[in-house]
Ligand binder design. Structure first.
Ligand SMILES: [Ca+2]
Ligand SMILES: [Ca+2]
Ligand SMILES: [Ca+2]
Length: 225
């Protein structure tokens, strides 16, 4: 077997899932803070911080982390992402069924998830339920998620939300950095395809960028700047 093929095979088996995760625990804000653009890369609407011992009934709506959560405030909670993400999740405690919808930038629904129970508070939740159910939506390009409980809000809490953006080294944006991405950036360096993935931002796609993707494909992380 030629050396090039052997190398390709080893890259294939090593390919890790390389995602840039943003996790938000909602800690550190005063109780009652209305969320908007406090977290970089995300814009919230209809979301408010509730803290244990103040406005949060933590005995029913136990935080998944710390003392604070976000709650739907006045209507369905919406989170818009500055750059598309390919997964969104959060831990939900609810007094009515909750629907998580994900939309792309053209407003097409690309994923949906529905709570398992009609309610899951610690004491009042239906039999068999527990607080902090993980709801998750995955799609290739999520621009926005809408989380709906009661139309007027104040019907669920969410904590420890996670949004996974594409790694800059994931050239073809399929959520895996592997030999296909290495080949993609090689083609750009050779001028076969347009030079898009200038990962170190030095104005040209060349061996330095190829090396960055190769390192990422080998599980060494994406050192893109
Ligand atoms: Ca928390
Ligand atoms: Ca890829
Ligand atoms: Ca470069």
């Amino acid at each position: 077997m030629p050396r090039a093929s052997l190398f390709a095979v080893s890259l294939f088996f090593l390919c890790p899932l390389v995602l840039a995760d943003t996790i938000i625990a909602f800690e550190g804000f005063p109780d009652g803070t209305v969320l908007a653009a406090q977290y970089s890369g995300l814009i919230f609407s209809n979301a408010v911080i509730l803290s244990a011992g103040i406005t949060l009934n933590e005995f029913e709506f136990a935080p998944h982390s710390g003392i604070a959560v976000a709650s739907d405030n006045g209507g369905a909670m919406t989170i818009t992402f500055a750059s598309p993400v390919q997964a969104f999740s959060g831990y939900f405690t609810y007094s009515v069924p909750v629907t998580l919808q994900a939309f792309d930038s053209s407003n097409n629904q690309v994923a949906t998830a529905v709570s398992r129970f009609s309610s899951n508070e610690a004491f009042s939740g239906v039999l068999g339920s527990r607080p902090n159910e993980l709801l998750r939506a995955t799609a290739s390009r999520i621009a926005r998620v809408v989380i709906t409980g009661l139309s007027g809000g104040t019907s669920f809490t969410v904590d420890d939300i996670s949004a996974s953006a594409f790694s800059p080294c994931d050239v073809n944006q399929d959520a895996v950095v592997d030999v296909v991405d290495v080949q993609g950036v090689i083609n750009e360096a050779l001028g076969v395809t347009p030079s898009i993935n200038d990962l170190n931002q030095d104005g040209t796609v060349n061996t330095v960028d190829i090396q960055l993707v190769m390192n990422a494909a080998l599980g060494l992380g994406c050192g893109a700047s």
